[in-house]
Design a protein around this ligand. Structure first.
Ligand code: WT7
Length: 428
């Protein structure tokens, strides 16, 4: 045993086995959690005592139809908001038995979730679409091997759930018998804001849709000019028009940033950063982020964070990162980089960039693809036109390019991209 090691038992022996409760003010801080935005460093969002706890508890009870005696199984990491609200605070406020899951969905094998459901008789299972997409590729037998008759509600969180994953959850995992709830919310909202409410008898539920606002949540859709879009079969920027108990109160140490990030775009409304579609029936479907935030395997990342992690490389003066759809991860990052003339071997630089992102942020943030270009497309005011880069990757109409400083860059980047695709196809 080295100088720095101390026996756990010895240290624990010094502590009191009980901890006296402390009275707190309803607006005192309960915790703060960092999350990514479209610019700058991550934001430390502050949640407070009373409102957050109430909101976590009520949403836990009603969205999942949690009844006394039920075993609630949220497989999210407790270090994130999903784990805070639906492993710890919500279930414990309701006196529920809450499962602590510490593994990956495929360790030791692809039956891990369902073996856990059988062993602990889990009634509500709550997880991420990215795991569902991964598991469905392993086949149904890993699910069918285990008894899932205890399950009543299957929840999905963190990113849009595609139809295939939704149907698989419903038919294979839930034997077409369980209620599937696609729940939309954010670190900022503290708890679920849009979701079908299974505790309401006979409520209609459509695949891949978060459906209906929770009690106290009033969503509105805004057009580009900041006007409210009324009616059905319409899309717009998703805003919430009145305060709710679970909303974050500030960004730690920078209240002005909180105001700017959430309340400036549409004065008088909380802007979520997401776009949404409202059906004729009045149901909401989340269409994805409208800002430069991407979602890789349920991890929220600002593209600016990945760019910052690469910016320290001496050979890379500029980069632009964008998200594009990926089969399993939901989204993946694609980086366009500019190299200095004396940069040396581009392949070496690309490897170093990947290592830099992995060590400064995390492995999941490493761009799937990195493409070297001579320059980035910029508007006359000097802003990188990410929309154009996205269109180049996704194909289709490039949209309005009249604000480009130099329109000839389109063919320049397109040909670099096509060469890159060709090279990749050849290497497969
Ligand atoms: C962003 C929030 C929800 C807690 C865990 C993630 C996306 C979240 C859904 C959903 C489509 C969703 C949004 C949102 N998102 N749930 N059901 N359907 N998109 O919290 O890390 O703060 O990320 O995740 O884009 O803004 P977060």
């Amino acid at each position: 045993m080295g100088d720095l090691d101390v026996p756990l038992e010895q240290e624990m022996g010094k502590e009191e086995p009980v901890c006296d409760p402390e009275s707190m003010g309803s607006e005192d801080m309960l915790f703060m959690l960092y999350t990514s935005g479209s610019t700058g460093t991550p934001k430390g969002l502050v949640h407070t005592q009373a409102g957050y706890l109430l909101y976590a508890a009520v949403t836990h009870k009603l969205v999942f139809d949690h009844q006394p005696g039920d075993v609630f199984g949220c497989v999210a990491d407790i270090g994130w908001i999903t784990g805070h609200s639906y492993v710890v605070y919500g279930p414990l406020c309701n006196g529920a038995t809450s499962v602590l899951f510490e593994s990956t969905p495929v360790y030791p094998d692809a039956g891990r979730y369902w073996e856990t459901v059988q062993r602990l008789r889990i009634n509500q299972f709550y997880g991420a679409p990215t795991a569902v997409r991964l598991l469905l590729k392993y086949g149904d037998s890993w699910v069918k091997k285990y008894d899932r008759s205890s399950l009543r509600t299957l929840g999905s969180v963190g990113e849009p759930i595609n139809h295939e994953a939704w149907e698989w959850l419903h038919k294979v995992v839930g034997d077409s018998r369980c209620t599937v709830v696609d729940t939309w919310w954010q670190t900022e909202t503290g708890g679920i804001c849009i979701a079908p409410r299974p505790s309401e008898e006979g409520a209609e539920i459509l695949p891949g849709m978060a459906m209906r606002p929770f009690f106290g949540i009033i969503p509105v859709l805004m057009d580009e000019k900041g006007n409210i879009v009324e009616g059905g079969n319409v899309s717009g920027a998703l805003c919430l028009s009145q305060a709710w108990p679970g909303m974050a109160r500030t960004i730690y140490g920078d209240h002005q940033r909180f105001v700017n990030a959430y309340f400036k775009a549409y004065p008088g409304y909380y802007f979520t950063g997401d776009g949404a579609h409202r059906t004729k029936g009045g149901y909401y479907q989340i269409t994805g982020r409208m800002d430069d935030v991407i979602n890789i395997s349920g991890h929220r990342l600002g593209t600016a964070e990945i760019e910052d992690a690469m910016a320290d490389h001496p050979a890379v003066p500029e980069s632009a990162v964008i998200g594009y759809p990926h089969d399993i991860k939901g989204e993946a990052a694609f980086a366009f980089i500019v190299l200095k003339d004396n940069a040396g071997d581009a392949d070496v630089v690309v490897k170093e960039l990947k290592a830099a992102v992995a060590s400064k942020i995390a492995k999941y943030a490493v761009p799937n693809e990195i493409l070297v270009v001579k320059r980035l497309p910029k508007t006359r005011s000097g802003k990188v036109m990410r929309r154009l880069l996205r269109k180049i990757i996704l194909g289709g109409d490039l949209g309005d390019t009249t604000t480009l400083e130099d329109p000839s860059i389109i063919t320049e980047i397109l040909s670099a991209y096509q060469k890159h695709r060709g090279k990749q196809a050849a290497s497969k």
